[in-house]
Design a protein around this ligand. Structure first.
Ligand SMILES: O=C(O)CCC(=O)C(=O)O
Length: 384
């Protein structure tokens, strides 16, 4: 929602009409069904779980408001045509109205390019206070990543940090994976070659939401980490080459991973959009993607669009580079950012990172809990 359209207040605009006022001067009479499904009395919800007792599809489709009054400041009383009466707190209705169509109430993404400076480097600690945790989360939610310094360079610490933000997602690589050059590599990440910007594991359903990489040791002069804001690149492509953007948003591509015990396959468009046409996720891994056999002209269009997108993903204008030193940990949104590394020479010394995945909703949940605690609001359970 544009900031000019912030819900500002509620007012009674007729004997049976409650109207939302927005900061840009616009107004909207609240739909009776929208209000009815937000009733929080004992007949409408189970007061312990705060979950709804009735299916909104069973409400009268022709439901109307019969009367609206304001018995006290900030409270509205509504009588519905099905005989139900309920009170509403204005603040609760305004908070609901403020939610963007996707229902997000966390800091909005701030897209960035290769000029991003300074990088969000923050000091890690084992028992952060609420304010410290909130500053890590804000950076992560806005920029899609945060670099935490001073995580003890000990094996397994990546799992401890992951657990500070959510629940670790185990995969066929285990709860954590070791990123180091080995002759038995089952993935190019486990070699010393440079890795172009990619999202991790697009062959999984669902794709890992968040990746953490913790540097235990880097004795080489190479192996710089790279990040690109895929949403910024996709927006730039949408602005300059609308047709190419549409092709990438509408062509499902197959991604595969195979080893002795595993055969994973998933299909997704390189640029996934949500129901409102907003960017939802990037799926891009040049070493793993296979476009299906489409008619020749569609394949031509796909390859053209992919080249344009890839050229920008690899361009210095959009990429940031930084060294993960011993004890540094980067946590990034694997559905928005692409990551990679420069190549390194294993003869120079050891380079060993440990990684793990957590789900996207962990940091968001934690952020809401911290905000709730800061404002002294009690927990309100919403339906699953
Ligand atoms: O070695 C690195 O810095 C990154 C490795 C990587 O891309 C991965 O594990 O997905």
């Amino acid at each position: 929602m544009a900031s000019g359209q912030r819900p500002l207040g509620l007012r009674i605009t007729g004997p049976a009409e409650l109207t939302l006022q927005r900061s840009d001067g616009s107004e909207q009479a609240l739909h009776p069904l929208w209000l009815r499904e937000r009733c929080t009395d004992a007949a409408s919800i189970d007061l312990k779980t705060r979950q709804r007792l009735q299916d909104p599809s069973d409400f009268d489709p022709e439901l109307k408001l019969l009367a609206v009054s304001q018995p006290a400041a900030g409270i509205f009383r509504v009588r519905f045509s099905d005989g139900h009466e309920a009170s509403f707190e204005a603040a609760a209705i305004l908070a609901e109205a403020a939610l963007a169509p996707a229902g997000h109430d966390c800091p909005a993404a701030k897209l960035w390019d290769g000029k991003l400076s300074p990088l969000p480097r923050m000091r890690w600690c084992a028992e952060p206070g609420d304010a410290q945790l909130e500053s890590w989360l804000e950076s992560f939610l806005e920029l899609g990543f945060v670099i935490l310094e001073g995580v003890p360079a000990e094996p397994g610490m990546v799992l401890k940090v992951g657990a500070q933000f959510g629940f670790v997602r185990e995969t066929n690589f285990g709860a954590l994976f070791n990123v180091r050059s080995t002759p038995e590599a089952t993935d190019l990440a486990y070699t010393s070659v440079a890795l172009d910007p990619h999202t991790d594991n697009p062959y999984r359903t669902p794709v890992p939401g968040i990746q953490l990489l913790h540097c235990l040791v880097n004795e080489t002069s190479g192996g710089l980490s790279t990040l690109v804001d895929g949403f910024a690149v996709a927006q730039a492509l949408r602005a300059s080459h609308r047709e190419a953007f549409n092709v990438l948003a509408s062509t499902p591509v197959r991604f595969c991973y195979t080893d002795a015990d595993t055969e994973l396959t998933a299909s997704a468009p390189p640029i996934a959009l949500d129901a409102s046409g907003e960017l939802a996720a990037i799926h891009f891994s040049p070493r793993l993607d296979f476009v299906p056999l489409l008619p020749p002209e569609r394949l031509e269009a796909y390859y053209r669009a992919r080249r344009l997108f890839d050229a920008r993903l690899r361009a210095a204008d959009f990429e940031i580079r930084f060294l993960l030193g011993n004890g540094d940990l980067v946590m990034f949104d694997n559905t928005r950012l692409l990551h990679g590394r420069t190549g390194f020479d294993p003869a120079e010394g050891l380079r060993h990172l440990q990684g793990c995945y957590i789900d996207l909703d962990g940091p968001r949940s934690l952020y809401r809990v911290l905000r709730r605690r800061a404002s002294g609001t009690p927990a309100v359970r919403r339906s699953a």
